[in-house]
Structure formats: structure tokens, C-alpha cells
Design a protein around this ligand. Structure first.
Ligand code: SF4
Length: 158
């Protein structure tokens, strides 16, 4: 069994910017086999649902109105990291072992400015993708927590 932090929208929770969810067919199988900890970093950072779409621009996060929401994204990322640690294993040695044995991980919604991992929208609100992580995915990865997108879940279920 692994402890897995997961984007709440992937479990069918309507927490996305458009007030909808992105439920995944594997959600029940994952929950049956692992301990899952659902988070929505954007809600945890104090943003409303529905909310104006945002994208990363370098170190900042901006809404398509131009409003800067970097602080809310940063707070959401810190909250997700805290929950990951509280529910997982915090001590240095345990984290090392956890990494060795893959004892915990995060499954985060691909391409989101919070949860996206490896590929996100480029900040021009034109649907163009660029290499990079969402704010939460970046913080988790910096803290040694492996992050997977929803299209890689089959490997975790094996
Ligand atoms: Fe929340 Fe992440 Fe899903 Fe966006 S992708 S709705 S921040 S859980």
C-alpha cells in the first residue's frame, strides 16, 4: 500500500476553475488499493470555485484578467506539501526509505498551473503548452515526492 496525494478533481470532486470535475475510471481501484489523500491546491490557497482561469508566467501565476494570484498558488502548494508530510512520513530517514521503495507519491492533474507536471500552458492563454511544472507539482518534486500525471496511473496500480 502506498500513501498517495491526489488532485481532488481526478476523483470526481467539482473543484476545477469551471466548477467541474475530471473523474478518472481508475479512481475506485486506486482508492481500494492505496491510502489516498485528496487535495485541491487552488481551493486550499483560498481561490473560489468556479474561478477565473490562470496560467504560470515564469515564477508568477496570473489570471486571464491580468490579476496576479501567485500568493494563492504558493499557499496552496505549501498546504499540499504539509498534508503530504502529515499523512506520510516526515523524518529524513523515512523519506529516504520511502523514495527507495516508492512508498508515497502524488498523482496530479496534468497541465494545471497548480498540479501540472512536466508540461503546462505557457502563460499566453492561447492553449500553447510549454515545458514546466505547476506550482504545487514543483514544490512537491523539490521535496523529493515523486509526481505522476493521471495518464501514468496504470503503472502505480500494477
Ligand atoms: Fe484543484 Fe489541481 Fe484539480 Fe486544479 S488540477 S482543480 S488545482 S486539484
Amino acid at each position: 500500500k502506498m500513501k498517495i496525494l491526489i488532485s481532488a478533481c481526478l476523483l470526481g470532486i467539482p473543484c476545477r476553475y469551471d466548477g467541474k470535475a475530471k473523474p478518472q475510471p481508475w479512481a475506485e481501484a486506486l482508492a481500494a488499493r492505496h491510502d489516498i489523500v485528496p487535495v485541491c491546491p487552488e481551493q486550499l490557497g483560498g481561490l473560489p470555485t468556479p474561478r477565473t482561469p490562470s496560467e504560470r508566467r515564469g515564477d508568477r501565476v496570473v489570471m486571464n484578467t491580468g490579476a496576479d494570484v501567485t500568493e494563492q498558488y504558493r499557499r496552496g502548494a505549501e498546504a499540499a506539501l504539509r498534508l503530504c508530510r502529515l499523512t506520510g512520513c516526515e523524518a529524513e530517514e523515512v523519506v529516504r526509505l520511502a523514495r527507495l521503495y516508492g512508498a508515497r507519491a502524488a498523482i496530479l492533474k496534468e497541465r494545471s498551473p497548480s498540479c501540472g507536471c512536466g508540461e503546462i500552458y505557457d502563460g499566453s492563454f492561447s492553449g500553447t503548452l510549454t515545458a514546466g511544472d505547476g506550482v504545487t507539482a514543483e514544490l512537491l518534486r523539490k521535496n523529493g515526492i515523486p509526481v505522476y500525471g493521471e495518464s501514468h496511473v496504470a503503472a502505480l496500480l500494477d
